[in-house]
Write a protein that binds this ligand. Sequence first.
Ligand SMILES: [Zn+2]
Length: 463
Amino acid sequence: MELRLYDTLTKEKRNFAPIDPANVRMYVCGPTVYDFAHIGNARPVIVFDVLFRLLRHLYGEAHVKYVRNITDVDDKINDRAARDYPGLPLNEAIRRVTEQTERQFHDDVDALGCLRPTVEPRATEHIGEMCSIIEKLVAGGFAYVEQDHVLFSPSAMNAANGVLPRYGALANRSLDEMIAGARVDVAPYKRDATDFVLWKPSKPGEPSWPSPAGISTPGRPGWHIECSAMSWKHLGETFDIHGGGIDLVFPHHENEVAQSCCAFHTSRMAQTWMHNGFLQVEGEKMSKSLGNFITIRELLATDKFGGRSWDGATLRLAMLKTHYRQPIDWTADALHEAEKAIFDWSDFTKDATPARCDEVIAALTDDLNTPKMIAELHALRRAGKADELRGAMQLLGINPVVRAPVDLDATAKSLIEARTAARANKDWKESDRIRDELAAMGVVLKDGKDADGKPVTTWEIAR
Ligand SMILES: [Zn+2]
């Protein structure tokens, strides 16, 4: 079956032809690990997981390599480490923050039904590759050293002849526009307003490494160079698919292309560039100041959104209902609708043997048309095709969920409220009695803490 994917660079849907069908290679920009991932971060993780599953289906599991990096060097990480572990040396504090956040991220995206990528490289383990690319760029005249920084020059790239793409082609902007639009107070170490940092000096106490390009003081990499280095190390100079959120097109991906193509003298970094659209919450841009900022963990384990917690499969299906290139509006209504379908499909397919469904695969091979695919799932349900429905759910990573009767949900919630009140009054006897009452109904309680450290109790059906 022909796979067609929309390419951000050429702005058209094209037949996908891997450079090497025995080794299909995809890179997706991963998380910066300093805090719980929010629901907007979950979108590329889910979207490219579906593509990963589809590629494995089409080319064979052993023939697809998916690399998603972990950014573990960043100012936000340093700030969080200094705040959370004031008594520790900064490097030790940073290690604690990044390891803990990486664990949380894995727990969250595992719950969303996402497969682990083939490789999850960490930026701090690829400093050597970054320095090697920077040396190539300086030697080729694409980058220069100024005040212990190394800067990339888009003007130098566009002045060069040969196979190189034009800087600005991916974002569809001209360099003149960018220069005109640049801020007036340009950093003193930049020759041009559009030049961007490849390497910079570390402040005292910050993580630092020996600098490239003959700079004697220790320093640290800029953000964009990380992905050029990690994709090169794990996928080669050019590869098949590069993905991420639409907000990464400029400057991050534009700069990745510039670095990789100029370092390796290639016309393309990736054959296909794919970007998922924005996510908003109940019709508004998600932001901490609006109070609608919501993490994956809060959706899974607290009642912060829609007054209750949600299963990972529900969140996944709700995410896939909108085509990945469209903006998505994240609403409680959509979650209720997705949950209803999941419960129904899970129940209907509980004794089924997974079978192949061509219509579902056809929808996915048309630029991951997940709305069409979900319509096909409903059609399979209506036609009573349990085996195909179960097979399609499996292909999409939608795990069956045991149904909780609606009245049970309400009863459990009010009993949990009564128990929380009893616990607040230190009435342990009453608290235990309610726990036993719920256990008799087949409900198990889980006491934990939310992101702010507040006690929170969730429940599930005993299996
Ligand atoms: Zn990246």
